[in-house]
Design a protein around this ligand. Structure first.
Ligand SMILES: *Cc1c(COP(=O)(O)O)cnc(C)c1O
Length: 233
């Protein structure tokens, strides 16, 4: 964790974007701070990073309670249990991991109580590994049908986790697939609560490929914070 880890990452993002004719500003960096202390969040916040991602509800809540300047955006990116959405409604700005249609209704209900809004992404299983969560692409219309009636939740796009491969090039078809799904569903729905513009895909190992395939949000932990030590958490 250092200034240079952020600079090196920003260079990777810029180079990948420029190389495929995209504006680097069109790619939002989500700094994945899971397992790292609040001081690490504060460090990158002071360097201008404003989007942080966590994969556990309790950890996000604890960190929010300690450090939550008003211009910091919190992203829930981990597998979500519907009964824990109530803890997030007050704190989170984005949920990337909506994987069941009823989670949209639960979130909308809880947000109404808090008088807040939230952006969400539908997590789609793009890797065909069943240990990874996310809905099947055929289910997407079920989510969007429900979303048309929501007034606190805005569905902004899709999230995918590619399979872990030694060679990032080999996950390109998975990212391409998610992009195609976005194109396909984008113009089919006309409701203020459905604005399908975002693709959350790409992590430390495969972010260049993800950017080439249209990622608008990348979720990066290791390249910024270093390796995670789960033993000391
Ligand atoms: C941990 C995590 C990341 C970040 O992974 P790195 O390889 O450390 O960049 C991204 N997305 C999700 C859903 C994660 O759980």
């Amino acid at each position: 964790m250092s200034i240079s880890s952020l600079q090196i990452l920003q260079n990777r993002i810029s180079e990948a974007a420029v190389q495929c004719g995209r504006n680097p500003q069109s790619i939002k960096l989500i700094a994945v701070s899971k397992t790292h202390p609040v001081d690490a969040i504060r460090f990158f916040y002071d360097l201008g990073v404003r989007n942080f991602g966590e994969n556990k509800v309790q950890e996000l809540v604890d960190k929010w309670d300690t450090f939550s300047p008003s211009d910091l955006e919190w992203h829930m990116i981990g597998t979500l249990q519907t009964n824990k959405i109530k803890y997030l409604a007050k704190k989170v700005n984005w949920i990337h991991s909506i994987a069941k249609p009823e989670q949209l209704l639960e979130l909308n209900k809880r947000l109404t109580k808090e008088n807040r809004n939230c952006n969400v992404l539908i997590q789609v299983n793009i890797s065909d590994e069943d240990q990874k969560s996310g809905c099947q692409s055929e289910q997407i219309p079920d989510f969007l049908k429900i979303a048309t009636s929501l007034d606190r939740v805005v569905v902004r796009g899709f999230m995918g986790i590619a399979s872990l491969e030694a060679e990032p090039e080999s996950v390109r078809p998975q990212f391409k697939n998610l992009h195609q799904l976005l194109q396909m569903h984008k113009s089919n729905w006309n409701a203020p609560s459905i604005q399908l513009t975002e693709l959350s895909m790409g992590m430390t190992n495969d972010l260049e490929v993800a950017i080439q395939e249209g990622a608008t949000m990348i979720r990066v932990g290791t390249a910024l914070f270093g390796n995670r030590n789960y033993l000391t958490k």
